[in-house]
Ligand binder design. Structure first.
Ligand SMILES: O=C(O)CCC(=O)C(=O)O
Ligand SMILES: [Mn+2]
Length: 212
């Protein structure tokens, strides 16, 4: 099923986002609309979504999105004090993983899936720089459903302009090189009504350092 030609979108171009201290590529039509619709619906319905509580400045808050973590057994992962044991891969996720690996040129052993239920869900400024991801991680980020704006800002160089990329249905963003070391990213809440959006960030956890 994987290699059939109509799996992917018409414009299989990998654009380079030219910014300093980063290596970011974007493929707008990674999946065709039909395939993206199907994966969006399957993942929306079949994922065991959870809402974590995070502690910020000593106060507990429900995270403004739902998520789920999948990976090879042993690919433990933690952020903001949350430690997650991965769910076992599904056939759907293994198919998607293999497609993303084909473009990203690396193998992944885990994926964090986020569900932004509506315009009020968001993710604050951060980088994917947890120690278990190693130095200069390659992150493959697939978006399904509503378009949301992915913002980037340089951590130290004020002269580097912040950037906003619309992550459309079926698009793939690949972040590599120094991107996580030098830039922060976020998805803001919005005022206009938004349908749900699912984002999958494929990652490679270095198992020996994952001792959280
Ligand atoms: O939803 C997105 O596009 C970004 C998600 C993200 O940054 C993360 O899960 O680390
Ligand atoms: Mn991130």
């Amino acid at each position: 099923m994987h290699n059939s030609l109509d799996l992917f979108g018409d414009r299989q171009e990998l654009e380079t986002i030219c910014i300093a201290d980063a290596d970011i590529r974007f493929m707008r039509a990674f999946y065709s609309k039909a395939v993206a619709d199907r994966y969006r619906d399957i993942l929306f319905n079949e994922t065991p979504w959870r809402q974590h509580t995070i502690r910020v400045w000593g106060k507990e808050h429900p995270q403004p999105r739902l998520d789920a973590w999948y990976g090879d057994s042993g690919a433990r992962y933690s952020y903001s004090g949350i430690s997650m044991e991965p769910n076992a891969w599904t056939q759907t996720l293994l198919s998607i993983k293999s497609d993303v690996e084909h473009i990203a040129g690396v193998r992944f052993n885990s994926v964090l899936i986020n569900l932004y239920r509506d315009q009020q869900d968001s993710v604050g400024w951060h980088s994917d720089d947890e120690p278990e991801l190693g130095r200069n991680p390659v992150i493959g980020s697939l978006s399904l459903g509503e378009t949301r704006t992915f913002k980037l800002k340089h951590k130290t160089k004020k002269q580097e302009k912040p950037l906003a990329i619309d992550l459309t249905h079926g698009s793939l963003l690949v972040m590599a090189g120094a991107t996580q070391q030098c830039w922060l990213h976020a998805i803001d809440k919005e005022r206009a009504t938004k349908d749900p959006r699912i984002n999958l960030t494929f990652r490679s956890i270095h198992k020996n350092t994952g001792r959280h």
